[in-house]
Design a protein around this ligand. Structure first.
Ligand SMILES: *Cc1c(COP(=O)(O)O)cnc(C)c1O
Length: 404
């Protein structure tokens, strides 16, 4: 049985106050909070076996290497990658995407086409624009409709044998839309294109099986799923990663170095130059254990209840408009009230201890599409409650009164 009050005891930050009020944290799409279980493995690392991995002959280094590599296996099993070395540990989604974008500089030709969707995070737009600048490739955009659903007919029309790569987020961080990635992957493979799925916003809610999806690259960040900041994953199919040139040169990523020639290490080390975030990688594995302990289906079902509950109450507010009403969505609600600036609402809610995000959510093209400067975004996690939503609604009503 899912007991939210018991779950909340795992998150020490939820006990604090902000501006004299109990914290209500509704900015989970930006970063999630961290349970004691994850905090404990980080402090255990620094207290008991802090040392560099993959190099030392001494016991501490071997211990750290074992625990770190064990975390990589946990990540592998969670996403069901076929091989442990298909899991590259990075500093996060942005880093993972840049590894791929950099590698394809040498694999594309002028006139090749890349495709993104109209609802991407800037980190899944800008690296591809830079790649187009370097190679002469052309960027195409899959449009969306007003509900925040991708236009799959337009996608079909855009796809051709010129399409080399397709990049789509699994879930939109600004709208909550869950995209039909199975279909996108299938159709893209039909013309010989490779697919990268940005899973940063999906992985806190959906357990993804990369083999079942047959996805070529899947990326995510630990800090969105109860893990620490500064660590994430690049999953790639072995043959593709072997073919891809390395991103950064340095220690750890080499087999042999001389001044004449350097040969690269095997996967995953080829893409892991330098000392990684060791405690972070270990904590990433622990965060997945923690969430699997609760169960992703349980988490998704509870969060969906919060979504339905909050959506109904928000819609009852005069002048409130929700952006993103896809039939399949996670517990993210972007909204505006009349022409009140989202920043003003966010500031007043903060005075009441309620943390929401305001602005363009690193997805300016979506805001341009709706012709708005930004939105207020409330995003829920499994440790939030209906009572917290009630408090937000009351706070919002008060804020609207003050601002009208
Ligand atoms: C958060 C997020 C990112 C960026 O993740 P970083 O950890 O900042 O690199 C990219 N895409 C989506 C959909 C996100 O939600």
């Amino acid at each position: 049985m899912f007991d939210v009050n018991k779950i909340r005891e795992d998150f020490p930050i939820l006990e604090r106050t902000v501006n004299g009020q109990p914290l209500i944290y509704f900015d989970n799409a930006a970063t999630s909070q961290t349970p004691n279980q994850v905090i404990d493995v980080i402090s255990d690392y620094y207290q008991n076996y802090n040392s560099n991995i993959h190099r030392g002959v001494h016991s501490l280094s071997q211990e750290a290497t074992d625990v770190y590599e064990n975390a990589r296996q946990k990540i592998q099993h969670h996403f069901n990658a076929a091989q442990t070395h298909e899991v590259i540990l990075t500093s996060g989604t942005t880093h993972s995407i840049n590894i791929i974008a950099s590698g394809y500089s040498q694999l594309l030709q002028a006139g090749d086409e890349l495709m993104i969707s109209a609802m991407e995070h800037h980190s899944n737009i800008v690296p591809w624009q830079m790649l187009c600048d370097r190679t002469g490739a052309i960027l195409k955009v899959i449009p969306m409709d007003h509900a925040g659903v991708l236009d799959m007919n337009a996608f079909n029309d855009l796809l051709s044998t010129k399409t080399k790569l397709v990049f789509v987020n699994h879930v939109s961080n600004a709208l909550g839309t869950v995209n039909p990635i199975e279909e996108i992957i299938k159709r893209a493979h039909g013309v010989g294109a490779k697919v990268l799925i940005d899973g940063a916003q999906a992985s806190p809610h959906i357990k993804t099986d990369v083999q079942a999806l047959d996805v070529d690259y899947y990326v995510t960040s630990a800090h969105k799923l109860c893990g620490p900041t500064g660590v994430g994953m690049l999953y790639g199919k072995e043959e593709l990663l072997n073919h891809l040139p390395p991103y950064q040169g340095g220690g750890e990523m080499i087999a042999e170095v001389s001044f004449e020639k350097t040969t690269y290490a095997d996967l995953p080390h080829k893409f892991e130059a330098g000392t990684p975030n060791i405690a972070g990688g270990i904590a990433f594995g622990e965060a997945l254990d923690y969430m699997n302990g609760i169960g992703f289906e349980t988490i998704a079902a509870y969060e969906h209840e919060l979504l339905i509950y909050a959506t109904a109450q928000l819609k009852a507010i005069d002048g409130l408009k929700i952006y993103g009403e896809a039939p399949q969505k996670t517990a993210v609600i972007s909204f505006n009230v009349d022409d009140i600036h989202p920043y003003d609402i966010g500031s007043i809610l903060d005075k009441m201890g309620i943390a929401v995000r305001t602005g363009h959510h690193c997805a300016q093209p979506i805001m341009d599409f709706y012709k708005i400067p930004g939105t207020v975004r409330a995003s829920f996690s499994f440790y939030n409650t209906k009572e917290e939503i009630d408090t937000m609604i009351k706070g919002l009503q008060k804020a609207i009164q003050m601002l009208k």
